[in-house]
Design a protein around this ligand. Structure first.
Ligand code: ADP
Length: 498
């Protein structure tokens, strides 16, 4: 371990310090990082080979700002080479390979991800800051599940779309964010490959390492060179991919602002586009809900992955009659969350992904206090190095406040109230976004009534943040368009003879 035991010991000491006398505390349980070998320098994975980058930047560990590796800042020329390799691979056999053969590669990739899941989980937590128990139990199993799922579709496209003659689109340019780096890679690659496309993928600038390690899996799986190419870099590299003339489709997950710019850029070009953008999800708790269960769902909804989740339940709507007991339970539960080293198996809330993101969260939280909301943060001593933010609840929030309108993308919850289902619905839909929502009630008919009227791509009932490869995911309004996952997730990667 390059990070000395002192860091972990310090965290442990701090956790003991904040413990209430008589309470029991967790001993630290750090996961070893010896399983991962990080190279000093990475190039671009193009045509099955590593291309040397002309310019690099350091990618760091948000838990302590340790420099992990030098990574390429892809230029338009690098992107051009990757797109040319993808085009050749497309024409040179991949697009005409029988679906059953493509499926074999996808199955292999899924199995290899499972075999190497611990290595990937450790690297994901190290480079991105998320708790190891999340990368181990959520990101990795779901990433493998996506490859398994789409492997199953590869030879059944004619049955999925009967009488429509599905054919691949061509070269797909895919741009992904930093909150679920490997999982977003799997969401994007698996359906694209299953449908017979080739790909150029650009990981987010702060979290390139699992995508670069994934190139090892592509080689192990003996995927033909050029079918998947990975070019790292910041937004400029992404923009070069969008501008590339020989790309037939762009799939983008990221901020609404960049998504809008991409849509403007592609208008009239005939290129296919899917956008999965921001969110400000409503999590609605009715007075007949099982409160303890709802509290767990609220916590999972907003503090999972430090709130770096586009579908996070960041606006909590509580029916007035249960407002006080629910908020009391929630604040008690918050005090038990363990914030700290992402590589500690007991950690619930890890590090904020970057200094820039931490600044954004701080700015919005300050605006909430200024506008008059009441802030609650449990006692919590944060490590000195790295990027951290204490799980936060705002009460007394008016709908007009920025913390109720804007996506914070951090561990910050805004609590609002309602009296009737109609009022809950109106307030929940009062947002430019529409990615997800949650409804907590014992009444099945109310769940259905709400789900039909909530303008959100996903509505969870008596649960939150549940994902499955067979279930489509995507937004309404400024949360984007197009679906990923399930049968719907195949369509953006296919052309039809209609
Ligand atoms: P965030 O603000 O959450 O970092 P972004 O939308 O900026 O979200 O980033 C999501 C992804 O989009 C990243 O991979 C980033 O490098 C890329 N990106 C940023 N700007 C552009 C752009 N103008 N064109 C294409 N991709 C971009």
């Amino acid at each position: 371990m390059r990070v000395g035991g002192g860091f972990v010991a310090e965290l442990d000491r701090q956790q003991h310090e904040v413990a209430v006398p008589g309470d029991w505390t967790y001993a630290s349980a750090p996961e070893s990082r010896d399983i991962v070998h990080i190279r000093d320098r990475y190039g671009y994975f193009v045509d099955g080979e590593w291309l040397e980058p002309a310019e690099t930047y350091e990618t760091i560990a948000p838990r302590d700002e340790e420099a992990l590796a030098a990574v390429g800042q892809g230029t338009p020329a690098d992107v051009g080479r990757a797109v040319a390799a993808a085009r050749n691979a497309y024409a040179d056999g991949w697009s005409s390979l029988p679906g059953s053969e493509r499926a074999k590669y996808l199955f292999r990739i899924a199995r290899l991800l499972q075999e190497r899941s611990r290595e990937f989980a450790v690297l994901e937590s190290l480079n991105g800051g998320k708790p190891i128990k999340e990368s181990r139990d959520v990101d990795l199993p779901l990433a493998a599940a996506h490859f398994f799922y789409y492997a199953g579709w590869a030879d059944k496209l004619e049955y999925a779309f009967p009488n429509r003659r599905p054919r691949p689109v061509g070269v797909a340019g895919q741009i992904i964010p930093w909150n679920f780096p490997l999982l977003m890679l799997a969401w994007k690659l698996a359906p694209a490959l299953a449908c017979g496309n080739t790909v150029v993928l650009k990981p987010a600038e702060t979290t390139p390492l699992t995508a670069l390690l994934f190139c090892d899996i592509l080689r192990q799986a003996e995927l033909p060179p050029g079918v998947v190419n990975i070019v790292t870099g910041d937004g400029r590299t992404g923009a070069a991919l969008v501008e590339s003339e020989d790309v037939d489709k762009i799939a983008f997950t990221g901020s609404t602002e960049v998504g809008k710019a991409i849509q403007r850029q592609l208008a009239g070009t005939g290129k296919k586009l899917t956008l999965e953008l921001g969110g400000k999800a409503a999590n609605i708790v009715f007075d007949d809900a099982a409160l303890d269960q709802a509290v767990e769902g609220i916590v999972n909804g907003i503090y999972f992955n430090q709130g770096h989740v586009c579908c996070a339940g960041s606006r909590l709507f509580v029916q007035e009659s249960i407002y006080e007991p629910l908020v009391a339970k929630l604040e008690r539960r918050l005090a038990t969350l363990r914030v700290g080293d992402p590589l500690d198996k007991n950690t619930d809330v890890g590090a904020i992904n970057s200094a820039a993101q931490l600044d954004r969260i701080r700015e919005l939280v300050a605006s909430g206090v200024e506008e008059g909301a009441e802030i609650y943060q449990p006692p919590c001593v944060l490590p000195e190095k790295g990027y951290w933010f204490v799980p936060t609840v705002f009460t007394n929030v008016a709908q007009s406040y920025r913390i109720a309108q804007e996506e914070i993308f951090g561990p910050v919850l805004s609590v609002l109230t309602f009296r009737t289902p109609e009022e809950a619905l109106e307030k929940a839909n009062n947002t430019p976004y529409g990615l997800s929502a949650g409804v907590w009630t014992e009444k099945g008919s109310r769940i259905l009534w709400m789900a039909q009227r909530l303008r959100a791509g996903v509505v969870w009932a008596n649960t939150f943040n549940r994902f499955d490869p067979s279930s489509p995911f995507g937004g309404y309004k400024e949360s984007g368009f197009g679906r990923e996952g399930g049968l719907h997730g195949l369509e953006p990667y296919l052309r039809f003879d209609e």
